[in-house]
Design a protein around this ligand. Structure first.
Ligand code: GLP
Length: 237
């Protein structure tokens, strides 16, 4: 695990966008796993700005979403599909047919394999240590599947779901095992609400109570965190 310790959210966002940009520049056929969540919004915006200044051919890049709610129509503004269209597809001028979202477990795993496997996986982290929607209790070898959402997740995602008649209680998520097969993984954590999850990641490995800890021993894992997300004792890392 490599830790990039940033001062402020802006610096952390720039660090992540630069790694993604450099990767896309040197690997024009990248298969990239993409996260949703508020943390990633400025990263995609920064990337769009970088591409505007120095454009790259993204026509051969394939984008695979980490997860999607069950029961939220895909064209509803609260779906992850809508999020990715708004924050990724439109600003980065991506051909929408190059974006896939999980719909049926085995088919999704198959589509990732057929594409050649994930080269670069982008992640945020939940306040309870979830990655994708792999909630506490998820196993290291779990695959893409339907999951029950944790009450803490529902609480923190509530603002994005307020316009729905019914709040989703389930989602379909790439599994921990699916995520760990990515060749390179970058996780961005900003803000004090992520400090506990990051503390667990730095302290432990392979704890099912905090799935983010499964990333610790991945061969090419970069954690980018701002000073609010990084517990004080690690600020000098
Ligand atoms: C979401 C997604 C995750 C995301 C996490 C954190 O609901 N399933 O992929 O990383 O929760 O979200 P945020 O960045 O809004 O804190």
């Amino acid at each position: 695990m490599r830790v990039i310790n940033s001062i402020g959210q802006d610096q952390a966002v720039k660090a992540m966008a630069e790694i993604i940009y450099d990767h896309l520049m040197s690997h024009p056929k990248t298969i990239i796993g993409v996260a949703t969540g508020n943390t990633m919004i400025p990263v995609y915006a920064e990337l769009a700005e970088m591409l505007q200044k120095n454009s790259l051919d993204l026509s051969l890049v394939r984008w695979f979403a980490l997860d999607e709610y069950i029961g939220v129509p895909s064209n509803h503004k609260s779906s992850f599909r809508s999020y990715l269209i708004k924050h990724l597809v439109i600003p980065l001028k991506i051909d929408e047919s190059n974006l896939s979202l999980p719909a049926a477990d085995l088919a999704y795993e198959g589509a990732i394999k057929t594409a050649g496997g994930i080269d670069l996986q982008l992640l945020g982290v939940g306040v309870n240590g979830h990655i994708g929607f792999n909630e506490p209790g998820s196993l290291k070898n779990s695959r893409t599947r339907i999951v029950d959402l944790d009450s803490k997740t529902l609480e923190s995602n509530k603002p994005d779901l307020k316009d729905l008649a019914e709040i989703p209680t389930q989602a379909i998520s790439m599994g921990v095992g699916t995520i760990l097969e990515a060749k390179k993984i970058i996780l961005l954590a900003t803000g004090s609400s992520k400090r506990e999850a990051i503390h667990h990641l730095l302290q432990y490995s392979d704890r099912k109570e905090s799935p983010v800890t499964y990333l610790k021993n991945h061969d090419d894992f970069i954690l980018i965190a701002d000073e609010l997300a990084l517990p004080e004792e690690y600020l000098k890392l």
